[in-house]
Each structure stands twice: as structure tokens, then as C-alpha cells.
Design a protein around this ligand. Structure first.
Ligand code: HEC
Ligand code: HEC
Ligand code: HEC
Ligand code: HEC
Length: 493
């Protein structure tokens, strides 16, 4: 929603917001699952996943959570963040970005000025200047009707890319979202970066920050341009206007801010650059940042990544382990993939990786990275070969598909045990949405895995809410038979 429409709709929105807010807040509280890991679960996790159960992997996995420097490299930050933003940031990060991790280092304005001038002196290369359509560089109220319509098309296309990419599972916006727990809040990002930088970042994150945890989407240049337009114009990325009347009780303390104009006057001041360098050394910025000319004090051993190929390259570029866990590495937001090769059917998985479906509707969703067919193939081949349980899981139907009697008995059990309070298995009958929809679970999961899961759901996911029903062998076979029969019906049947 942009400025022009806001003026028209403001009143109507206000009523809508007042009516919906309590409801939305309540929804958020119940569905916006926080994924903090309880230490008890980690203990359980260890107990259930003894290393001896794991298969050996063909290469050492890189854990994106264990990078040497927590902060981004500062070499070209002067071309990324504008000077005013930088001076507010260094003065007190938390007042600039809600979920900032960088501490307030207590520098005064003269020190901050010197640090910024120093950061300017170490810059190597600006990002490439993109040839934007002239009208896209205009402010909204300077656009003609015709230009506005054209811009709006681009904007709406960008909104679509944004939605499919599910950027908000990593990035909160003004405090909402970001369940993975790794991205900065983007609620005021337009006060920091410019469209050329954003274009370069979305096109190739790793060339700016080799250790970044952000996924490298397979966007086309067109996708990136659309997305840039959306981010640079949508009000969710612009600070909310402060209500003047509200703030009258407390007189605002103005923190001094370095302007672009002042900065260009100071940029080549050698004494100030030296001062900045010594502030950076004293403030120990290098503990968290790779800073050219300073990092020798705490050298970073760069990972060699040039020769990466196949699944190893994909893991690095997409950062699958920012969300998933394999053996002891990675995050806990998304399903653990350690045994994915013993769990998932590979035909389904290849399709899913290229165009993810929603399996778990409420809590977790996998973004659309636009993987190519070859990339999806590299992933499924690796998973099929390497992410296995040490001993193959027993398949109750290895000698033939379940009989009609078994399926019918399984169906009865499914409803008797109340599986439908959490799962839907049939569109017309409906069912719960706490657990994954099981309507086509036979296409997705291997029969042996379904059995393994039902024997003890906590063994598979110690944090899972599915109860252990203590099912007998016969009941297990019936339920598995019922579920493996849930496949997409072929045309004409
Ligand atoms: C304890 C670790 C730590 C220290 C010390 C630290 N930073 Fe940071 N810094 C971070 C982290 C982490 C970020 C990434 C943003 C965030 O989540 O806070 C960051 C972000 C930044 C950014 C924005 C970079 C970008 O690409 O957006 C700048 C500029 C910066 N720091 C400058 C400094 C300077 C200058 C110092 C020393 C005066 C310093 N930092 C000291 C952790 C640190
Ligand atoms: C896997 C989690 C993840 C996803 C998904 C993700 N990001 Fe990020 N993004 C990050 C992290 C983490 C950073 C900060 C760099 C770092 O610490 O590695 C970042 C940085 C950024 C920045 C720079 C912000 C700053 O202040 O420096 C922008 C802009 C951005 N992401 C936009 C997007 C957009 C747009 C999408 C969706 C197309 C997206 N991100 C998807 C994790 C993610
Ligand atoms: C930004 C977080 C994120 C990243 C990065 C990510 N995924 Fe996912 N992935 C998810 C979520 C969330 C789900 C669960 C989707 C659902 O249930 O609807 C999922 C589901 C899956 C599944 C199905 C697992 C199951 O047990 O049902 C596979 C396989 C998978 N992802 C593989 C990958 C691979 C391979 C990569 C890297 C190329 C990757 N993912 C990157 C979040 C992510
Ligand atoms: C209290 C809610 C609840 C009940 C009752 C429940 N489940 Fe689940 N079930 C879940 C959740 C949540 C998951 C997802 C676990 C995860 O994400 O790892 C799940 C996962 C599954 C899966 C594996 C799906 C996957 O992709 O990992 C199957 C199969 C399954 N349930 C079958 C059943 C059957 C059969 C019953 C009845 C005997 C049942 N469930 C009862 C909540 C429930």
C-alpha cells in the first residue's frame, strides 16, 4: 500500500485495523510459533540421535550458525548504508533496528564521525549502477497518471515475488515475523540502503558477504527489479510517521547525525581517518567484523568455496541449514533432514524442491527458491544416498500393497484414535490443521517411515505434539496401509 492510496483509504483502514487488531494479535500469538529451543529438547535430541545411527557423509557439512565473525564485512559498507543511517546505527543499534544484535559501544559523536570517515577510506568498489527506467526513480507524487500505472504494475509483480519467496520467515517486519530467527528487521530498510545495492544483493548475496546466512534465490533479473520496486515503495519498509501530538510530554533529545554533505567534505581528511582507525581498534569492532587493514589482529581463515559443486554448492548458496538440521549442524525451524532419504519419496521431493507445496499450513513453510531441475536432482540424489538411517527401516508392505480390509480397518482406527483432530486426510471430511495434511501422504512418505513415525512420534521429532498412542503391531500395519493408499488419484479414475 503506497502513499497515494493511503490518503484515500486512511479512514477506512483505521476502522478496519481497530476491528481486526485484537483478532490479529490473538492469531499471531497462537500461530506465530516461536522456535526457541528448550535445553531439555536438545538433551532429548542428543539421546535419540546417537551419532552411531548416522550414515557417514561424503563431505563435511558447513554450519551457517558457526561463522567466525557474527557481523557482516565492513569493507564496502559505505556503499551499502547511507551515512546518516550509519551514524545513528553506530550510536545505538537497537534504536535503529528492533532486533539488532550489535551492542551499543558507547561512542561519542566525534568518534562516530571518525569511524565513518575511516570506513569510507577502506571502501573498494561501489555496486554496479543499474539502468532503471527513468520514471521509476521519481517520487510517487511526481509521477504522471500513465507513469503511475506502469510503476504500479512493476510494484504488484514485486509483491508477488515477495510473497512466494517468503522472505518474512527469516526477516521480521516492524517486529512481526522472522520465526527462523536470523534476519534483520526490514521495517525501516529504505532508510538504510539504495536500489542499486538492493539489486546487487538480491542478485548475488555471497559476493557481498561470503558467510551470509541469507539464501541465494535463483531470481531472474526481472524478478529482482520487480522485488526492488516493491521494497523501495511499500510502506511496510518505511518508518511509521511519529504522531507529533502524542510526543508532547517528553521533549525529544536530538542525537547529532552525520549528513552526506558533511561526510563528503571530511572524506579525505587523513587525521580523521587515523583517528577512526584507532577508535575501531579500541572498540574491538574486529571481534565481530572483518575489517580491511585491521583484521590481522584476529585473522579469519577463509573457507575455500570456489570448487564447490552439486549438493555441497546448493547447501552453501541456498543455506538449507539456516532452517534445516542435518546430523548436528544447522537450525531447527524446518524438518530435520538427517534421515530424509529414509523418509521421503524422491519423486515427490524433486518436485517439491522446485515448487514447494504447503505441507504444514500454520507454522512452517519452505520458500520458493526457483531451483532448476538439475539442482533438485543433485539434492534428491544426495539425500537418497546419504541421509539415511544406519539400518534400513522395516517396510510393512514390501511384499505387496495393502488389502482393502487393511485399508478399511486403518480408516476406522484413524477416526477412533482421533488422528483427525490434528490431520485432514480427505477434503470432504475435513480435519485438523495442527499436523500436516495427509491427503497425498502416500506420494510423499515412504511406508517404512510412516510406520517408524507412528511407533513413536517423539523419536522422530522430540518437540512434536503428536501423542504416542502405543499402537499394537496390527494397528500400526492397518494405519500405515490406510495412509499409503492416500495418493493423488490418476486422471479418469
Ligand atoms: C559484539 C559484536 C559486534 C561488535 C563489537 C561490533 N559490531 Fe557492528 N555489527 C554486529 C552485528 C551482529 C551486525 C549485523 C546487524 C545486527 O544484527 O546487529 C553489525 C552491523 C554493523 C554495521 C552495519 C553493516 C551492514 O552491512 O549493514 C556497521 C556499519 C557496524 N556494525 C559497525 C561497527 C563498528 C564501527 C564497530 C566498532 C565501533 C562495531 N560494528 C562493533 C556486531 C558487532
Ligand atoms: C534463510 C533466511 C533468509 C531468507 C529466506 C531471506 N533473508 Fe534476507 N537476510 C538474511 C540474513 C541473515 C541477513 C543479514 C546478513 C547475515 O547476517 O547473513 C539478510 C539480509 C538482508 C538484507 C540486508 C539488510 C540489512 O540491513 O543489511 C535485505 C535487504 C534482505 N535480506 C532482503 C531479503 C529478501 C527481499 C528476501 C526474500 C526474497 C530475503 N531477504 C530472504 C536471511 C534471510
Ligand atoms: C528459509 C528456510 C528454509 C530453507 C533455507 C530451506 N528450507 Fe526446506 N523447508 C523449510 C520448511 C519450513 C519446510 C516445511 C514445509 C512444510 O511443512 O510445509 C521445508 C521442507 C523441506 C523438505 C520436506 C521435509 C519433510 O520432512 O517434509 C525438504 C526435503 C527440504 N525442505 C529440503 C530443503 C533443501 C534441500 C534446501 C536447500 C536447497 C532447503 N530445504 C532450504 C524451510 C527451508
Ligand atoms: C495433537 C495433534 C496430533 C494428533 C492427535 C496426531 N498427529 Fe500426526 N502429526 C502431528 C504433527 C504436529 C505432525 C508434524 C510433526 C513434524 O513436523 O515433525 C504430525 C506428523 C504426522 C505424520 C508424518 C508427517 C510428516 O511429514 O512428518 C503422520 C504420518 C501422522 N502424523 C499420522 C498421524 C496418525 C495416523 C495419527 C493418529 C494415530 C496422528 N498423526 C495423530 C500432530 C498430530
Amino acid at each position: 500500500m503506497r502513499l497515494r492510496s493511503i490518503v484515500n483509504l486512511q479512514k477506512r483502514w483505521l476502522t478496519l485495523i481497530l476491528v481486526c487488531l485484537p483478532f490479529a494479535a490473538c492469531l499471531h500469538a497462537s500461530f506465530g510459533q516461536e522456535r526457541k529451543i528448550d535445553s531439555m529438547f536438545l538433551e532429548l535430541d542428543k539421546k535419540y540421535r546417537m551419532p552411531e545411527q548416522w550414515s557417514a557423509l561424503p563431505f563435511e557439512l558447513e554450519d551457517p550458525y558457526k561463522r567466525v565473525k557474527n557481523g557482516p564485512p565492513l569493507v564496502n559498507v559505505i556503499y551499502k548504508a547511507n551515512v546518516e543511517w550509519l551514524s545513528r546505527w553506530i550510536a545505538n543499534p537497537k534504536t535503529v533496528v528492533q532486533n539488532a544484535k550489535m551492542p551499543n559501544l558507547g561512542l561519542d559523536f566525534d568518534e562516530i564521525k571518525a569511524v565513518i570517515v575511516f570506513l569510507g577510506s577502506i571502501a573498494e568498489k561501489d555496486v554496479p549502477q543499474v539502468a532503471w527506467d527513468e520514471f521509476l526513480l521519481k517520487k510517487e507524487d511526481a509521477l504522471s497518471e500513465d507513469e503511475y500505472d506502469k510503476m504500479e504494475k512493476v510494484f504488484n509483480a514485486g509483491k508477488g515475488v515477495w510473497g512466494r519467496a517468503r522472505c518474512t520467515i527469516c526477516h521480521p517486519i516492524k517486529g512481526v515475523g522472522g520465526n527462523v530467527g536470523v534476519g534483520p528487521d526490514l521495517g525501516e530498510i529504505t532508510t538504510k540502503i539504495n536500489r542499486n545495492w538492493l539489486h546487487a544483493w538480491l542478485g548475488n548475496t555471497k559476493s557481498h558477504f561470503p558467510d551470509t546466512m541469507m539464501a541465494q534465490y535463483r531470481f531472474t533479473d526481472q524478478d529482482v527489479r520487480w522485488l526492488v520496486e516493491f521494497i523501495m515503495r511499500d510502506t511496510q519498509f518505511i518508518p511509521e510517521e511519529k504522531d507529533e501530538e502524542e510526543g508532547t510530554a517528553q521533549p525529544k533529545v536530538e542525537t547529532p547525525v552525520l549528513t552526506e554533505k558533511e561526510f563528503s567534505g571530511l572524506r579525505n581528511d587523513a587525521a580523521l581517518i587515523e583517528k577512526g582507525r584507532s577508535v575501531v581498534e579500541k572498540a574491538r569492532c574486529f571481534v565481530c567484523h572483518d575489517i580491511k587493514g585491521i583484521s590481522e589482529l584476529m585473522p579469519v581463515i577463509e573457507r575455500k568455496r570456489e570448487g564447490l559443486s552439486g549438493f555441497e554448492k546448493l547447501l552453501y548458496e541456498i543455506r538449507c541449514l539456516a532452517c534445516h538440521r542435518i546430523q548436528e549442524k544447522g537450525g531447527t525451524y524446518a524438518p530435520n533432514l538427517t534421515f530424509a532419504g529414509s523418509k521421503i519419496k524422491m519423486n515427490w521431493e524433486g518436485e517439491f524442491l522446485q515448487a514447494p507445496d504447503i505441507i504444514r499450513p500454520l507454522s512452517q513453510q519452505m520458500p520458493k527458491f526457483n531451483l532448476t531441475e538439475d539442482e533438485a536432482k543433485a539434492a534428491t540424489e544426495y539425500i537418497e544416498k546419504s541421509l539415511l538411517t544406519k539400518e534400513p527401516l522395516p517396510d510393512p508392505f514390501k511384499d505387496g500393497p495393502p488389502t482393502a480390509e487393511i485399508i478399511a480397518a486403518g480408516e476406522k482406527l484413524f477416526y477412533e484414535k482421533g488422528c483427525n483432530t490434528c490431520h485432514a486426510e480427505n477434503i470432504t471430511k475435513g480435519g485438523g490443521v495442527v499436523g500436516p495434511n495427509l491427503a497425498t501422504v502416500g506420494d510423499r512418505l515412504q511406508p517404512a517411515y510412516i510406520l517408524h513415525h507412528l511407533k513413536n512420534p517423539q523419536q522422530v521429532n522430540p518437540q512434536g505434539v503428536e501423542p504416542n498412542f502405543g499402537l499394537s503391531d496390527e494397528e500400526l500395519k492397518q494405519l500405515v496401509g490406510f495412509l499409503v493408499d492416500h495418493v493423488k488419484k490418476k486422471e479418469g479414475t
